[in-house]
Write a protein that binds this ligand. Structure first.
Ligand SMILES: Nc1ncnc2c1ncn2[C@@H]1O[C@H](COP(=O)(O)OP(=O)(O)OP(=O)(O)O)[C@@H](O)[C@H]1O
Length: 247
């Protein structure tokens, strides 16, 4: 089930914040979307989930325009995790994760148990969401998405609030999802995480896609220098690289 943007543009208050983006994302891959603040990463991710209306172009899932899909079908196929997600009601962690099954209209006990387990939430099952730390809450919100067993997981900075151990745990969970055939799209500010863990990287700059390639190519130092405006170099071995920036 391929997810494709076709000449996608989005305007916000008269300003073009996404400009003619075309890309075809593959199931089985972890795709990272990187770029400076305001480049359009969150807008692109939410447009892929049909939460933002394009001013032109469209998003297709297996050739079908996502805007024309039945909302329940779309919700079963696309799991979206927004940046700084808010929880409207102070439900327990177990009940929050169970909400991930809503599009399926079933109890989904096995899926909920599995999602709670992989996100290391069993000890928090009965705790109200408001009592969790930022990182614990981030894991609970990701578990809600996983419980819905979507074909595509679109997550906006899902690792930002996590400690390094839980970042690695979550990346392993997302890699397992990709290996099982799911498409995973992550907005990431941490270029080292993108370099080491993504199969493919889209770099956005001022609403345009300026690179769409293997991480080594899309995040080459000259692109970082040009897009982020900092001098940089990569150190370390493949899979364990770190970017060093200097002014
Ligand atoms: N509702 C809105 N009204 C007006 N402008 C908006 C709105 N939402 C986003 N924008 C603008 O669109 C541009 C892209 O925003 P977006 O949130 O997609 O960027 P981003 O790359 O995710 O940034 P960040 O790294 O800071 O999260 C920004 O200039 C932002 O100010």
């Amino acid at each position: 089930m391929m997810l494709a943007c076709e000449n996608l543009s989005v305007e916000r208050e008269g300003k073009r914040v996404l400009d003619d983006i075309s890309c075809s994302l593959m199931p089985g891959d972890i795709t990272a979307i990187c770029g400076p603040n305001g480049a359009g990463k969150s807008t692109l991710l939410s447009a892929m989930a049909n939460l933002v209306e394009p001013s032109s172009g469209c998003v297709r899932l297996s050739e079908r325009d996502v805007a024309a899909m039945h909302p329940l079908t779309r919700a079963r196929n696309i799991g979206y995790l927004p940046q700084l997600a808010q929880v409207a009601w102070d439900v327990s962690v177990a009940n929050l994760v169970a909400l991930g099954r809503l599009p399926h209209r079933d109890a989904g006990e096995a899926e909920i148990r599995q999602a709670m387990g992989v996100c290391d939430l069993d000890a928090f099952a009965d705790r109200p969401i408001s009592t969790l730390s930022g990182g614990e809450k981030a894991r609970a919100l990701l578990a809600r998405v996983l419980a819905g067993t979507p074909q595509w997981i679109l997550a906006d900075e899902p690792l930002a609030a996590l400690d390094i151990a839980h970042q690695l745990t979550m990346l392993k969970v997302l890699r397992d999802e990709a290996d099982a055939g799911c498409g995973v799209v992550l907005v990431l500010h941490d270029l080292s995480l993108a370099m080491n863990h993504a199969d493919r990287v889209l770099v956005l700059s001022e609403g345009r896609c300026v690179a769409d390639d293997d991480p080594e190519i899309a995040l080459a130092s000259d692109i970082i220098d040009r897009v982020w405006g900092v001098q940089s170099r990569w150190i370390g071995e493949p899979g364990e690289k770190a970017v060093v920036v200097h002014g």
